[in-house]
Design a protein around this ligand. Structure first.
Ligand SMILES: Nc1nc2c(ncn2[C@@H]2O[C@H](COP(=O)(O)OP(=O)(O)OP(=O)(O)O)[C@@H](O)[C@H]2O)c(=O)[nH]1
Length: 369
């Protein structure tokens, strides 16, 4: 299955609230039009060609008339054979008015786009459409276009540099998916013919080290470990020494993610950087922040916190499968503009891929491709 296939199938599979919410938004016509017209698209027109205004409040979309409205530009408003076959002539419509805009904003906030981004996106969707009768499909497509427009500038694969080894520091809170992501990336680099070494820098958790070893075995990549509780900076130094001696292409350094004691963690990360720079002043070449999509708006806080602690160069978002909170990625892109290198949609080795804004927008809005 293609990665987009997986993304579409898994992303929000359990709770695709945005897609359903948009359907409900247009269908939840506060002043429903004549039901009869819905069931009989071929019936004579019961509605005027332009939206009906009822006492100052813009009318809610009448069920589409078989007679094209003068301003209609979509096939749905031209009930030809194709429209009837695809059912689009019957598509519910609703006037895009203030209420609609407010409800759309709420829906986007619930989908974790964050208030600021939700307001911006909604305003852009409404521009040029205000007062018009719109279908769900039109709104979904407009939303998908807006999301893709925001995400396009940040969709950048992890850059590979000629430096040998390229040192990749991986940071993020416990459980975000750092270990899994390192395993998946290592496996992909190996498949691309690169030699990789992993340093298990979370020396305080034996389980984390073991898990990394399992991933290293799977990927066919050596994992350097140190005794429990030992200094991660010292391990990083040794790992870089070995990577340089062996001419490895990449050194990936896992780190601890204990945010409970921010000062300690900050010092630990700073020390790792200080120490590896003794061997390579240009290292680390990438500092990847791994974020868990299921934490929703918490991811925004995590970016803020980790940017204070480390020179974060890019993001990887995991667990986009089975969550309704993937919209937070739009908020992150809009707010921070940090490159999004990859997304994870499962626990298997091939469940990580480069971030594609069009695919993501399509999966998020349910427009499909
Ligand atoms: N569904 C899903 N689960 C994932 C994904 N990425 C990681 N996981 C799971 O998330 C859990 C935590 O992942 P880890 O890789 O151990 O996270 P970590 O950041 O290294 O956590 P610590 O080892 O506690 O520091 C594991 O059970 C992974 O299998 C993903 O994209 N989708």
């Amino acid at each position: 299955m293609s990665f987009f296939g997986k993304l579409k199938e898994r992303m929000f599979r359990s709770s695709s609230k945005l897609d359903e919410g948009l359907d409900a938004l247009v269908a939840s016509d506060p002043a429903p039009a004549d039901e009869g017209a819905d069931e009989s698209p071929a019936a004579p027109p019961k509605t005027p060609d332009t939206p009906v205004e009822t006492g100052g409040t813009p009318a809610i979309a009448p069920i589409p008339s078989p007679v094209p409205a003068p301003d209609a530009r979509t096939d749905a408003a031209r009930p030809g054979l194709l429209s009837r076959l695809t059912g689009r002539a019957d598509a519910p419509r609703r006037v895009l008015d203030d209420n609609f805009i407010e409800e759309l904003e709420d829906l986007l906030v619930q989908a974790d786009l964050g208030v600021e981004t939700a307001l911006k996106v909604t305003a852009n969707i409404a521009a040029g459409r205000f007062g018009r009768r719109v279908t769900t499909q039109e709104i979904k497509q407009a939303l998908a276009d807006e999301v893709a427009r925001i995400m396009e500038p940040v969709a950048k694969p992890l850059p590979l540099y000629p430096n040998k080894p390229q040192v990749v520091l991986v940071v993020g809170v416990n459980g975000a998916g750092k270990t899994t992501t390192i395993g998946k990336l290592a496996s992909q680099f190996r498949a691309a013919g690169k030699s990789v070494i992993i340093a298990a820098g979370d020396t305080f958790r034996a389980a984390a080290v073991e898990q990394l070893q399992v991933w290293g075995d799977r990927a066919g990549v050596p994992v350097m470990t140190a005794p429990e509780g030992s200094d991660p900076a010292s391990l990083a130094f040794d790992a870089l020494t070995r990577a340089q001696a062996e001419g490895a292409d990449l050194l990936m350094i896992d780190t601890a993610g204990r945010l409970q004691n921010r000062a300690d963690l900050m010092e630990e990360l700073a020390k790792i950087v200080r120490v590896i720079r003794k061997k390579d002043p240009s290292a680390p070449h990438n500092t990847l922040l791994v974020l868990d999509a299921t934490t929703g708006q918490n991811a925004v806080t995590q970016v803020e916190v980790f940017r204070q602690m480390a020179d974060v160069s890019g993001l990887i978002m995991t667990k986009l499968d089975g969550t309704a909170r993937g919209g937070v990625l739009v908020a992150l892109a809009d707010r921070f503009g940090l490159p999004i290198h990859a997304i994870g949609v499962g626990e298997q080795i091939d469940d990580l891929d480069a971030f594609d804004p069009q695919d993501f927008a399509a999966a998020l809005t349910g427009t499909g491709r």
